[in-house]
Write a protein that binds this ligand. Structure first.
Ligand SMILES: [Zn+2]
Length: 441
């Protein structure tokens, strides 16, 4: 259906049509605020006829497309409070996720009602549902959800073996952000933490024992073994609470770091979720010369698999990287801003050492990233550190996950043929932790 027709005829739609149309637009990454406005106006007028499935689907679509309409959300809140008992655990988690994404916390009564129902149905939730709930609570304010995080932790710790690594990392970061358990003994939280720290120990082994020498020196089996073991972790990042610890253990926090405010004022710095920027500064000694970089910005861009394969440092494909457009296919991790900044420094240092006949580089270098670096880039930083062991490196980042993309509502919609035509098979979530995340279709 043409966009104009949606805009003109939204008032004639049934709740199901509204939900499916909104969902399709969101799924196609279609930035169509005017169409969403028509759909929301129509939906608000007939909100009492919306069943939970259509209601959640429509709110989810608005959140995914970043469209917030308060009249619509107030109508949603009114009906959700009345029908909350009919919400499944997936409805509850997707609904909360959407409220968090839209920053809709004005209706505190609504949050309380959803919180209570979520607690009642916590045992029915999948790991993805539980980690989404925890994330939403951390964003909307834990005070609005009394007892909810306690319930998530209780159910999670009882079912720890069900949890995949990405859900556990998302949960761990959300609890950290919500300051859950701060200043008190929390045995159940310790259980979760123990599992996360085990993953950290495995990562440390990969970034030390399995870390391959540079391209040209490393054998293909060394490279393959390193990449395989990193991918087998099933994670894209080690989350924002724990990546710092990993950096400290890998001697990547020994230098003087950026003042985050200074980095953010450099021209070209971005907080756009689809891209990353890295600020670099250094004072280095190569031979008898002192070299100074007061601040350079590097930005993520698309890199092909061939570029990954020829990068001087070994990069690992961990799922979709940052790309100019999500439709250009597989984006290599050598396009990540962190990798670009490190590689640029490496090429520059090699040139300088060669011209000056120097064998050592000393001094201090700082990198500051606009988001949590992925594990491929952590590995690149570890390789860089090993190349220049006398350098004091300080690698910091903004505590922000890249791309908290939406949990998919497809799983709840099987059998609706329009959906099958609109999308590829379901993947549960496309958050950046997931190795299996796919670009939007
Ligand atoms: Zn990266």
């Amino acid at each position: 259906m043409a966009l104009g027709a949606i805009i003109a005829r939204a008032g004639e739609f049934q709740p199901l049509n509204i939900a499916l149309t909104a969902w399709g637009l969101a799924k196609l990454s279609y930035k169509a605020d005017v169409a969403f406005e028509s759909l929301c106006v129509a939906a608000a007028a007939m909100m009492d006829r919306f069943v939970p499935q259509n209601l959640v689907q429509t709110v989810w679509a608005c959140a995914t497309s970043g469209y917030r309409n308060d009249d619509f959300l107030q109508a949603v809140g009114r009906v959700a409070k009345r029908t909350i008992k009919e919400f499944s655990s997936q409805h509850l988690s997707n609904f909360l996720w959407a409220c968090a994404r839209l920053g809709y916390r004005e209706d505190r009564e609504l949050l309380r009602v959803v919180s209570e129902e979520s607690i009642r149905k916590m045992n029915e939730g999948s790991p993805q549902h539980l980690s989404n709930i925890a994330w939403a609570v951390s964003q909307l304010g834990p005070d609005n959800f009394p007892g909810c995080l306690e319930s998530v932790v209780k159910v999670t710790s009882a079912r720890l073996h069900d949890f995949d690594a990405p859900s556990l990392m998302m949960l761990s970061d959300s609890l950290f952000e919500a300051k859950y358990g701060e200043g008190r003994r929390e045995p159940l939280l310790d259980m979760l933490r123990k599992r996360v720290l085990q993953m950290g120990a495995e990562l440390f082994t990969i970034f030390t024992q399995y870390l391959p020498p540079q391209r040209g020196v490393a054998t293909s089996s060394q490279i393959a073994e390193y990449q395989r073991s990193l991918r087998s972790m099933g994670l894209v990042t080690y989350g924002y609470e724990h990546t710092n610890d990993l950096f400290a253990k890998l001697h990547l926090l020994t230098g003087t770091g950026w003042n985050a405010k200074d980095a953010a004022t450099l021209p070209g710095w971005t907080s756009n979720a689809r891209r990353t920027t890295v600020a670099r500064q250094y004072v280095l000694q190569v031979g008898t010369d002192t070299l100074d970089d007061p601040g350079t910005i590097f930005t993520s861009a698309f890199a092909s698999a061939a570029e990954d394969a020829s990068c001087d440092f070994i990069v690992t494909w961990l799922g979709q990287g940052k790309a100019d457009s999500p439709n250009v296919g597989r984006a290599g991790r050598s396009g990540d801003a962190e990798c670009r900044a490190i590689l640029d420094t490496h090429h520059f240092l090699r040139r300088e050492m060669q011209t000056k006949g120097a064998t050592r580089v000393t001094g201090s270098i700082a990198f500051h990233s606009s988001g949590v670096p992925c594990l491929s880039c952590v590995g690149v930083a570890a390789q860089f550190q090993r190349c220049y062991p006398e350098l004091h490196i300080c690698f910091t980042f903004v505590q922000r996950e890249q791309g908290w993309d939406s949990p998919d509502v497809v799983a709840a919609l099987k059998g609706q043929s329009l959906l099958r035509r609109l999308c590829q098979p379901a993947h549960l979530m496309t958050c950046n932790f997931l190795v299996s995340s796919q670009p939007w279709v």
